[in-house]
Design a protein around this ligand. Structure first.
Ligand code: NBG
Length: 847
């Protein structure tokens, strides 16, 4: 063991070795590391007294939660330190996952599962008269992400640690994460998320590893001592980045990796000169401006706004992270020339794409490397994951804005572009159009820097997140780059962690599965396949159904308490939970609800499979149409839920403030998972995987990972409807007219007319007009074209649900065949094909 156990993360040098800690001292530590119920209880009380400074009569639930969190954290730290020591000693190749978002969800439950002490702790707390469920409820989840992209990053960190891959997650420690969603009068209202207000026991600040970043100003040119022409960046602002580390423990392993998030601060937080001259506000101005950088997460999903603060955030965390990595490299006495050998950096979408230029700048300007070598290192370091096909989500920055914030980077981009276009010219002579299309600079109107192009040029690997998505990237969005660099492209289908989304959130189902096939499925999800042998076992089916029913009853209670709506756990729970976006088509599901309602109104005695429609999800605060769809769901719910003709056979529920915590309640309780985006729009989806893993059947289009889910579970166990991507392209090219569908489908017409007439809005025919008009005149997401096929498919769903044996069989087969969609499989694919990194075993020393 080396003398400095934590140099991998810390990089400082000290003479004190772990082995030097006196053995007796180490055993004193057992209070901090013991895993039996008695020690855990003792440690918990100890933390209540000596960390929280409370005793039971005065302690709040939060005090208890904190005391337990610190108890768990101690166990993490022991593994974390051993992990860092091992990596440092071996100089292990390390994955750095760069992401503007990490949607981690609550830490407590997950850490208990991964440590393997969930049951002990639950029992220990019960003996002290406390409920572990309640303590978990107390945790404010870090909502440092918008949706799928951020949650994927979190699943990947779990899998990296579980697979013993040395890795660091790098991102931003937003003071305010994704807003909390309230519903008032059916409308979404945003409230500030204050996740840090009660303190965060899972992180450790590391101010000693702060770095400085520059912003703004101009560049100067000079000739260096060796006669080389060089550039120097003279910034007009300097900001400090302070790292906060959170240990990320793998499942049943000693590996605890690091999530390192940066907070921005002014280098000098108080300007005494201004203060002394009487300028009180000026004295704190710089501090305020600097701290703004990490203040708030941009609440947009699948869209880009081109705001200066956003570019500043991106550059901030990327520059901090790269400087940090160079420090680690130096700490391990590795030469800078080995940067790409030590680190594999994954760019989670284009948000961190500026790192391509920042690494070039650090190597060339700070370390005097020549261009060719710097480019080789840079290009071999980075790999880029694309997460979207939507044109509005492809990031580009106006040249003016870019140059005023990052003048040196703009120079470097011009240079990279020139060299790149020379390459294009040689490969495709006399193809001026291609050069214009591929340039890093969009010059068709106002000039922009195209971040996806920069990411493609600066990376050695490019991937999409589902087979169809990668194919469409190659054929369409990134076609020129595919033709230029076919070898760079691969597909890496997304995955989800079964630890959080089964073991933790659906413990009953997990235990049933384990009782049948043992517990190795948790680390090797393909083993779920063994469940197929029980698919016709009546006893197993009964148990499977009982557990689903139990989860539905729990969700029904939650709905009663939160929405004051009574729902029947025997009804079909039909759920769509995800961000609100027109392409995801929550309003297509609404058209189905209104259609069923109309059928009942026309014939109150009609035979109908009782359903509870449950929606959850946030809309970007500036996205009017998405917010109007939320309002419409609540308006339809208000009418349908109360109409005596319905006799409770249909219920519509909007669950507010959808987040990871709520998702964990929802997935286990779903019978039907709605994955109904317009084909060719959803890059992958990951909710689709979590639902199916928990035994929900999917109704879906051939979009994103739905295609692969259907392949795995079998077409007879998947409710397919709708146009294919090709059909959508074809219709669009040949003049799609949604109105034709409206005029020829009586049920569709009635549904639209009812919404338009004000039936669901107390006679107000204006309220939903923007939505109705859009559907009648534009319908760019083809709701009307898919309506008939969707309704027919839903009728089939209703029929199958009546046959509970058949439904249960399909449900079991769905779960049993989800092995491919573990994030462990995704991470293994990345490790093998892109990162070329191997697992490192971490031994735990005594205590
Ligand atoms: C989202 C896609 C999803 C996908 C996740 C994770 C963005 C930009 N993209 O389909 O919309 O599952 O990324 O890959 O948020």
């Amino acid at each position: 063991m080396t003398s400095n156990p934590s140099a991998q993360i810390h990089g400082s040098s000290s003479e004190l070795s772990l082995d030097a800690i006196d053995l007796q001292d180490r055993c004193e530590l057992s209070n901090r590391t013991g895993m039996d119920s008695e020690t855990l209880k003792r440690a918990f009380l100890n933390n209540l007294f000596y960390v929280q400074g409370k005793f039971p009569a005065l302690a709040t639930t939060n005090d208890y939660y904190m005391a337990l969190a610190y108890t768990v954290r101690d166990r993490l730290l022991q593994r974390w330190i051993n992990t860092a020591a091992t990596y440092t000693e071996l100089g292990s190749r390390t994955v750095a996952y760069f992401s503007a978002e990490f949607l981690m969800g609550p830490h407590l439950g997950n850490n208990l599962i991964n440590l393997g002490i969930y049951d002990q702790v639950e029992q220990g707390m019960a003996e002290l008269g406390l409920s572990l469920d309640e303590l978990q409820e107390e945790e404010e989840e870090p909502g440092l992400g918008n949706g799928g992209l951020g949650r994927l990053a979190a699943c990947y960190l779990d899998s990296l640690a579980t697979l013993d891959i040395p890795s660091l997650g790098y991102g931003i420690r937003y003071e305010f994460g994704i807003f909390d969603q309230d519903i008032r009068d059916g409308w979404q209202v945003e409230r500030t998320d204050k996740w840090l207000s009660a303190g965060n026991p899972w992180e450790i600040a590391r101010p000693e590893w702060s770095v400085e970043i520059k912003l703004g100003g101009h560049t100067e040119h000079y000739t260096d001592d060796h006669g080389n022409y060089r550039s120097r960046w003279v910034p007009d602002q300097v900001v400090k980045g302070i790292p906060y580390d959170t240990p990320i423990l793998g499942y049943q392993t000693n590996t605890a990796n690091t999530l390192r998030l940066w907070t921005a601060e002014a280098p000098e937080s108080f300007d005494f000169r201004s203060f002394n001259s009487g300028d009180y506000l000026g004295a704190v101005y710089e501090k305020m401006i600097s701290e703004n950088i990490s203040k708030v997460l941009y609440p947009n999903d699948d869209s880009s706004q081109g705001k200066q603060l956003r570019l500043t955030q991106q550059f901030f965390f990327v520059s901090c992270s790269l400087q940090d990595m160079i420090r680690i490299l130096h700490g391990q006495n590795l030469p800078l020339e080995n940067f790409h050998k030590k680190f594999a950096v994954q760019l989670n979408d284009t948000h961190p794409a500026i790192s391509v230029v920042e690494l070039m700048r650090l190597l060339i300007d700070h370390h005097q490397m020549d261009w060719e070598q710097a480019w080789t290192i840079t290009h071999q370091t980075f790999a880029y994951t694309n997460h979207t096909l939507l044109p509005e989500a492809l990031e580009r920055w106006p040249i003016e804005l870019f140059g005023s914030l990052l003048p040196r980077h703009l120079e470097l981009i011009y240079e990279i572009n020139q060299r790149f276009l020379d390459e294009v010219r040689i490969k495709f002579p006399d193809d001026e159009e291609r050069m214009i299309r591929m340039s890093l600079i969009d010059e068709s109107g106002e000039r922009y820097v195209r971040m996806a192009h920069l990411a493609c040029v600066g990376s050695h690997a490019i991937n999409g997140v589902a087979a169809l998505h990668t194919e469409l990237l190659q054929k369409d969005v990134l076609r020129d780059f595919y033709e230029m660099y076919p070898h760079k492209f691969t597909n890496k289908t997304n995955g989800v962690t079964p630890r959080r989304f089964m073991v933790l959130s659906n413990s009953q189902l997990s235990k049933l599965i384990t009782s049948k096939i043992g517990d190795s499925w948790i680390k090797n999800l393909k083993e779920l396949q063994q469940l197929e042998q029980f698919v016709d076992d009546a006893g197993f089916q009964v148990e499977w159904r009982r557990i689903k029913q139990h989860s539905k009853t729990e969700l029904a209670t939650y709905i009663q308490n939160n929405n004051n709506i009574t729902v029947d756990p025997d009804s079909l729970f039909d759920i769509q939970a995800k961000r609100f976006h027109e392409y995801k088509r929550q309003h297509l599901s609404l058209l189905h609800i209104v259609t069923l309602y109309n059928r009942i109104k026309a014939n109150p005695d009609i035979e109908i499979t009782p359903r509870t429609f449950i929606f959850g999800g946030k809309a970007a605060p500036g996205y009017f149409m998405a917010k109007l769809i939320i309002k419409l769901i609540n308006s339809v719910g208000n009418v349908v839920n109360r109409d005596p003709d319905v006799r409770g056979r249909l219920k519509v529920v909007f669950l507010k403030d959808y987040n990871v915590k709520l998702a964990q309640r929802i997935y286990p309780a779903a019978d039907l998972s709605e994955q109904i985006s317009t084909a060719g729009k959803e890059a992958s989806g990951t909710g689709n995987m979590k639902f199916a893993l928990n035994g929900a059947l999917t109704i879906g289009t051939l979009d994103g990972a739905n295609v692969e889910i259907r392949e795995e579970v079998g077409e007879e166990n998947f409710f397919l409807f709708g146009l294919t991507t090709e059909e959508v392209y074809h219709k669009r090219a040949h003049g799609y007219r949604s109105r034709d569908y409206y005029h020829t489908n009586a049920e569709l017409k009635l549904a639209i007319d009812r919404i338009a007439s004000g039936f669901f809005s107390q006679g107000d025919a204006e309220l939903f007009r923007p939505l109705v008009d859009d559907l009648l005149n534009q319908d760019q997401y083809f709701l009307f074209a898919d309506y008939a096929s969707y309704i027919a498919c839903q009728d089939q769903v209703a029929a199958v649900y009546k046959d509970q044996t058949k439904w249960t069989r399909m449900s079991i087969l769905n779960a049993a065949r989800m092995g491919k969609f573990s994030s462990d499989r995704s991470i293994e694919d990345y490790c093998r094909d892109i990162w070329k990194v191997e697992p490192v075993n971490v031994e735990l020393r005594q205590c």
